[in-house]
Design a protein around this ligand. Structure first.
Ligand code: ZN
Length: 249
């Protein structure tokens, strides 16, 4: 039922909302694995535990760039192991990035292109999902060393990743044709850890993470409204009972 109501809500207007303006989350728990970080929603700057997943980095040069939050790192190890079982070799290129690292990346982009173009491919410092420790840029054997390009999506490794990452709690965060919603071009290499339940639902519904979060919020608000109606009805009944009791006494 939840899913049916969620889809109905989606069709009624979520896509329209995203077409016209980005959604700003009123409050987010920095430790929530469903935290939404995008062009409108800043990554919180909080101390977090980060660990290096036991997976192969794309090169020695990036071996210190692949830290993640522990739950995401463990899931990434399982994802890479699952791929290996299917004869697919994946490499990790970029995990956690601090504010200052992101700042340097963005400034390098700005040297080569306009701010508008830079903004479409690289997050401004403070607004990168990599700052959450829940994202990883992944490369495959076929395209190893050629950089992060859309060609990865057509490689055997990219296809495997798109088909199976949800089984390990990851989603392809910036799907093809969803730039209007996510704010980013197609990035078949960028996976985001959201946990198996959410990853499964997002994949089943075929929605972006932005749409999913809004659906979840809409559903929760609806639930709260229903609960408060029930509370009000219960209070009214109690008052009547009290008055009735008073009449009797
Ligand atoms: Zn990325």
């Amino acid at each position: 039922m939840t899913v049916v109501r969620a889809v109905a809500t989606l069709m009624l207007g979520v896509s329209m909302i995203f077409d016209s303006w980005g959604y700003v989350m009123p409050h987010q728990d920095p430790s929530d694995i469903l935290i939404l970080v995008n062009k409108q929603n800043r990554a919180p700057i909080v101390p977090m535990t980060l660990v290096k997943p036991d997976v192969e980095p794309t090169s020695d040069a990036v071996s210190e760039n692949i830290y993640m939050r522990p739950e995401a790192a463990a899931a990434l190890e399982e994802l890479f192991a699952g791929a290996a079982q299917d004869g697919i070799t994946l490499y990790a290129t970029s995990g956690f990035r601090s504010y200052s690292t992101q700042k340097a990346i963005f400034e390098r982009k700005l040297e080569r292109m306009s701010e508008e173009s830079a903004n479409r491919s690289v997050a401004k410092p403070g607004y990168s999902e990599h700052q959450t420790g829940l994202a990883m840029d992944v490369e495959g054997e076929t395209t190893r060393g050629t950089g992060l390009t859309a060609a990865f999506g057509d490689s055997p490794e990219g296809k495997w990743l798109a088909a199976h990452c949800h089984e390990y709690g990851f989603i392809i965060r910036y799907p093809k044709g969803k730039t209007d919603i996510t704010g980013y071009i197609y990035e078949p290499w960028h996976v985001r850890y959201v946990g198996k339940e959410a990853a499964g639902e997002i994949t089943d519904l075929g929605v972006t993470f932005e749409e999913y979060i809004l659906l979840m919020r809409g559903d929760r608000v609806q639930g709260l409204r229903e609960a408060s109606k029930t509370d009000a009805a219960t209070t009214a009944e109690t008052t009547e009972e009290t008055e009735a009791a008073r009449d009797e006494s």
